[in-house]
Design a protein around this ligand. Structure first.
Ligand code: SF4
Ligand code: SF4
Length: 174
């Protein structure tokens, strides 16, 4: 049972609380003005935080040496995705040594929870989560990332090559 006590006579006046709050605010402001190096906040967007190499940000579809997609449309990433935000349409490849390839690969980034399961599930290092974490866009923008964005967006500079080169791929029998 909670008992509501009558407020004491001192707490009826807000002045002490307001004064303490203002002193705290102004002392922090003065400290930050004269000791900017010690500030624990960043002046975003001019300053951006550098996350470690294990950070799981926006997805990247990796490419082979010839620039084509590494993905074999095996659907393991889509099957493992808890948010069910990956959609893949597979097609037969002209090359008989390649079983399938994705004619479309889409991630609905607004549903993604950035868990990394897609990256973990992929047997051929075809999808990775990179260092980019900003997904801002204007209202009405398309938040479904397609192959063009996932593999060839300008900041990937022609695509990120898969760690699994062809020689290794044959060795592991994929
Ligand atoms: S990070 Fe998780 S939620 Fe996002 S696409 Fe991959 S598996 Fe799905
Ligand atoms: S990204 Fe990897 S797991 Fe997903 S369909 Fe392509 S090869 Fe399979």
């Amino acid at each position: 049972m909670s008992v509501v006590k009558n407020p004491g006579s001192a707490s009826k006046w807000y002045l002490p609380g307001i004064t303490i709050g203002l002193v705290s605010t102004f002392s922090t402001m003065i400290k930050n003005l004269f000791g900017r190096n010690k500030m624990i906040t960043l002046n975003y967007p001019e300053e951006k935080y550098e996350y470690g190499p294990r950070f799981k940000g926006n997805h990247i579809l990796t490419v082979k040496k010839d620039g084509s997609l590494r993905c074999t449309a095996c659907m393991l990433c889509a099957t493992n995705c808890p948010a069910q935000c990956i959609k893949i349409h597979a097609a037969e490849h002209n090359d008989p040594t390649v079983e399938k390839y994705p004619i479309s690969y889409e991630i609905d980034i607004l549903r993604c929870v950035f868990c990394g399961y897609c990256e973990e599930a992929c047997p051929v290092d075809a999808i990775r989560m990179g260092p980019e974490w900003q997904t801002p866009a204007l209202s009405g923008s398309n938040f479904t990332y397609d192959i063009r964005y996932l593999a060839y967006r300008p900041n990937l500079k022609g695509g990120i090559q898969s760690r699994l080169d062809d020689e290794e791929r044959h060795k592991v029998g994929i």
